[in-house]
Ligand binder design. Structure first.
Ligand code: SF4
Ligand code: SF3
Length: 541
């Protein structure tokens, strides 16, 4: 196997024996094959569109769900990946018939599934592209598209579609098979991926706020109640809604974990009396926290950590998520999922063990921050707030990520952190206080809500009458782990944000030349020590 798509890749170069995440070589091969057939079918849909044909939402959903399935920590279940490959090959056949001719199509579009899949997988993985710069750009684009697929899928679950995003995604995925593209052309495609990243995140923002209202300032309980509960993790708000509906009057409470925390900020979820609070921290602490929770856990997306046997029977997956031996709750876009198995399971369980007490505050997505714009602008003008620090992104296991906690603690008291994604757990329980009533950690929501941070920055630029987004008193210190952070990064680059600090390490999939393009064009840098970065970002003060 060879995989280097996430920040924790072995030795900062690539996982070759088994994934640091727990992915086996067998699953890695199947994921490579799934990406391969998805590239192939995307070449066919792109050719169909070029001929003036239409591509159905079902085919678009199949493609986004395929890519989402291969995101780090989403799906460890070889059988479900095999099923997706088979379904893709069947759909491919029908689309080929519709297209009428296979002339000019790449080999990936023509492979019919015959022969040994394992052998085939070994010929189509990351290393099948020999030139390291082309490989680097192809993978950078592919990972961005994986992130975009995840966000599209959540919007689709709320019955929102953007055909333009789907068409771009498929055309670009197909372009990663095109040997005629130069490095410059692939760099241009990378930046265009960022443009569609913004569009995809805007779509999801409209889907979420359209369905559940605009996030508002909210105190979220981090303690526990005395009833059995179901813990919901991942990013899919529609799954949470269905679960909340189905648990009414059952005596079962619902708690969020990790990236589901921001659900509490949406007005629509506040009406459920059994929606108790948030339990635990970011994804990587789930072994201890899931064990202590005592009840069933629903993983709606990444990040799954291979479970301990002690709670494996309580772990359920749905959507793109999967784990061998764990029950999967089915349901396509537009269908009502049935969570009765989790509810019945919860009733047999004891209430969660208390991990902590208190509250955390969040809900600072764009509408809420813009409602407070006068207060924020006044604080900036008076000098009470000197700088904002965007610390969005992911959390992870690496000890080096303690940097972010220490960085938050060391920040000058006249700075405010803007955050989104599970990166927040590194500092969202620290007593960082407020500036004239504005909390020093403003949590916009999930990683996709980094879009909100961009909207806020663009609005502030307008209010302050600035020409360039980089003239704002905002610095960017972003933590990444998996491929959703890749699309967020590409989106920020597309919006013209410069000098982003990216850590805790730069992606292994950036070849030295591609890294140089990002450094020279956008001023992207890694992180140093907290002291060095304090001086770099805030000067000697
Ligand atoms: Fe390794 Fe990350 Fe790939 Fe898992 S997703 S195999 S940890 S690079
Ligand atoms: Fe976290 Fe996996 Fe990326 Fe949505 S849950 S931010 S790591």
């Amino acid at each position: 196997m060879f995989c280097y798509q996430c920040q924790e890749t072995a030795g900062c170069t690539g996982c070759t024996r088994v994934g640091v995440c727990g992915k086996t070589p067998e699953v890695a091969a199947l994921q490579d094959l799934l990406v391969y057939v998805t590239r192939g079918i995307s070449a066919i849909t792109t050719a169909l569109r070029e001929k003036g044909g239409a591509v159905s939402p079902e085919v678009n959903h199949l493609i986004t769900l395929n890519l989402f399935t291969t995101i780090t920590n989403a799906n460890f279940d070889g059988q479900s990946i095999r099923t997706r490959i088979t379904a893709t090959l069947e759909t491919r056949k029908a689309l080929l018939t519709e297209l009428g001719s296979s002339a000019g199509l790449p080999e990936a579009a023509l492979w019919d599934g015959s022969g040994d899949w394992e052998e085939k997988a070994h010929t189509v993985g990351v290393l099948s592209t020999g030139n390291e710069d082309i490989r680097s750009l192809r993978e950078l684009i592919t990972y961005g598209l994986k992130g975009l697929s995840a966000y599209s899928k959540h919007a689709n679950a709320l019955l929102r579609e953007d055909g333009e995003v789907d068409a771009f995604l498929q055309k670009t995925l197909a372009a990663t098979l095109d040997d005629s593209l130069t490095v410059d052309q692939l760099v241009a495609l990378t930046l265009e991926t960022g443009k569609y990243g913004v569009q995809g995140m805007a779509l999801l923002d409209q889907a979420n706020t359209g369905a559940y209202g605009n996030p508002e300032v909210t105190k979220v309980n981090i303690g526990v109640g005395n009833k059995p509960g179901i813990l919901v993790s991942g990013h899919d708000l529609r799954d949470l809604e269905l679960l909340l509906e189905q648990t009414q009057g059952t005596g079962v409470d619902v708690y969020t974990h990790s990236e589901m925390l921001p659900a509490h900020y949406y007005p629509a979820f506040k009406k459920y009396p059994n929606f108790v609070g948030n339990y635990g921290n970011a994804w990587w602490k789930q072994k201890e926290e899931f064990e202590a929770f005592h009840g069933p856990i629903l993983m709606t997306t990444n990040c799954i950590v291979p479970p301990r046997d002690s709670y494996k029977d309580r772990l359920y997956t749905t959507g793109a998520a999967g784990y061998p031996g764990c029950k999967h709750i089915p349901g396509e876009v537009g269908e009502k999922k049935d969570f009765s198995a989790l509810i019945a399971h919860a009733k047999r369980c004891t209430p969660p063990m208390e991990l902590e007490q208190g509250e955390i505050v969040g809900g600072f997505a764009h509408a809420q921050v813009l409602a407070l714009a006068d207060q924020v602008v006044e604080a900036v003008k008076s000098g009470a707030i000197k700088k904002f620090v965007v610390m969005a992104g992911c959390d992870g296991r690496a000890k080096s990520r303690d940097y972010y906690t220490e960085f938050a603690k060391a920040l000058p008291k006249d700075t405010v952190i803007l955050t989104a994604g599970c990166a927040k757990y590194k500092y969202n329980k620290l007593p960082l206080g407020d500036i004239g009533g504005i909390p020093r950690v403003l949590d916009a929501g999930q990683c996709n809500d980094s879009y909100s941070l961009a909207v806020i920055a663009l609005k502030l630029k307008e209010i302050f009458g600035l020409e360039d987004i980089n003239d704002l008193p905002i610095v960017y210190n972003i933590a990444w782990y998996e491929q959703k952070a890749v699309i967020v990064l590409l989106a920020l680059l597309y919006l013209g944000v410069k000098n982003i600090h990216l850590g805790p390490t730069l992606p292994a999939f950036l070849s030295p030349n591609v890294a140089k393009v990002l450094v020279d064009t956008f001023g992207i840098t890694g992180i140093g020590t907290v002291e060095e970065d304090m001086t770099l970002m805030f000067g000697d003060r």
